[in-house]
Design a protein around this ligand. Structure first.
Ligand code: NAD
Ligand code: MG
Length: 400
């Protein structure tokens, strides 16, 4: 292995579902990858285990008490890892001179600042944190272009599209004969339930995804199909394709991870088992290919692939995301902020499942004309949209 292929990696959100899958792939290739810094919000036990196993230079805990606790535990255990505390340390480890690649796997808008910092520092960015891109769209893509950062999508759909695009693709679909992007969607756990029966669903039911095991926020997003809505917006920014040329195809088996249709009628797809280690390994090693620990796809066992149109009535969040993308400006940022607040309220039992879309729709109507032209204004717009969403949640709150 030539020395140049060796990468020191910062994993933002190391204790989460994507973070742990990333570390699983890193552990399979100690000759290629080294965990330089790991970050988490509060999970001390898991972070302690990761520090013992991967001996990173830095471990960041956003929560100050959690940082002290981790520091104590590591001191007693002995080791090389320095523990840093607070959100500012996230940007430090995302931009550190010795870092080659940053896995952006924090969930939600909380990941924006360090991910954007990595983009400005010209790092290779492995982007799982779709909310950061939805929130900062144009600004983020400009930062990537200005610094020469390399942006590699981890979201399985976008990673599939990336793999189906020409090697030198630079966000100009017409120049490269691209007609449409087809994003596949599993349809989540409620694909076949009646609208009325969705009224009383619990957080655990919403998080029981048929094909993927993920964090709770994205699991709820999959159940409302807001996840696909965010992905439509993500695809727009990553690949430069307008909303009307991004279609959602419900494909319950989650074997085709997405497709690109070309002017000559060719449709290129990427297939694989639903295991996030495939896109993670693809992006980590890009443009090479490495073992991800994923078993071979057994087409005979799958036997059948099926496709359906998305039901915008049953999944109003998907329609709201298209609407926000067409509207432009701050609409996508407001959509994201309202969704994060509504999903948190649902997970805490304060808001009914079907009210999530109502809160987002009402917030979009109220929060208009907010600025999104600088990181400061985006953070401010995010905060104002959350205030509006919280007031919309209050009037719909379930009695406890
Ligand atoms: P998760 O909830 O399992 O993990 C989230 C991670 O972020 C944890 O390490 C947590 O400590 C950290 N975190 C949470 N809040 C934070 C805060 N305020 N500040 C700093 N760190 C914080 O989430 P996940 O399922 O791994 O998803 C991570 C991201 O990847 C999300 O944006 C999600 O949409 C995206 N994604 C996930 C999957 C998947 O299969 N899980 C697939 C595609 C995209
Ligand atoms: Mg996805």
């Amino acid at each position: 292995m030539p020395e140049t292929n060796f990468q020191r990696i910062t994993v933002l959100g190391a204790t989460g579902s994507i973070g742990m899958s990333t570390l699983d792939v890193i552990a399979r290739h100690p000759d290629r990858f080294q965990a330089f810094a790991l970050t988490a919000q509060v999970q001390v036990e898991r972070m302690f285990e990761l520090c013992v196993r991967f001996a990173p230079r830095y471990a960041v805990m956003v929560n100050l008490a959690a940082a002290s606790e981790l520091r104590e535990k590591l001191r007693a255990h002995g080791g090389v890892t320095e523990v840093l505390a607070g959100a500012d340390a996230l940007s430090m480890v995302a931009t550190h001179d010795e870092v080659d690649a940053v896995m952006a796997a924090i969930v939600g808008a909380a990941g924006l600042v360090p991910t954007l910092a990595a983009a400005r520092a010209g790092k290779r960015i492995l982007l799982a944190n779709k909310e950061a891109l939805v929130l900062s769209g144009a600004l983020f893509m400009e930062a990537v272009a200005a610094s020469g950062a390399q942006l590699l999508p981890i979201d399985s759909e976008h990673n599939a599209v990336f793999q189906a695009l020409p090697g030198s693709y630079v966000r100009n679909p017409d120049e490269r004969g691209i007609r449409r992007i087809l994003l596949t969607a599993s349809g989540g756990p409620f694909r076949e339930r009646s609208l009325e029966s969705l009224e009383g669903v619990t957080p655990d039911q919403a998080c029981a995804h048929p094909n993927w095991v993920m964090g709770r926020k994205i699991s709820v997003d999959s159940a409302t199909m807001m996840n696909k809505g965010l992905e439509v917006i993500e695809a727009h920014w990553l690949f430069g394709v307008p909303a009307e040329r991004i279609d959602v195809v419900v494909h319950p088996q989650s074997v085709i991870h997405s497709m690109v249709e070309y002017a000559d009628g060719s449709v290129l797809a990427q297939l694989g088992n639903p295991d996030m280690r495939t896109p993670i390994a693809h992006a980590l090693a890009y443009p090479e290919r490495i073992d991800a620990g994923v078993k071979s796809l057994d087409l005979f066992e799958i036997a059948r692939l099926s496709f359906e149109r998305p039901d915008f009535q049953r999944f109003p969040c998907l329609a709201l995301a298209y609407q926000a993308l067409r509207e432009g400006g701050a609409a996508a940022a407001v959509l994201n902020a309202a969704n994060e607040e509504a999903v948190a309220a649902f997970l805490e039992g304060r808001l009914g499942f079907r009210r999530i879309a109502d809160v987002i729709s009402a917030s979009l109507e109220r929060a208009v004309g907010l600025p999104v032209d600088s990181i400061e204004s985006i953070i401010d717009t995010d905060a104002r949209a959350r205030d509006i969403a919280r007031s919309e949640i209050l009037v719909r709150q379930t009695r406890q």
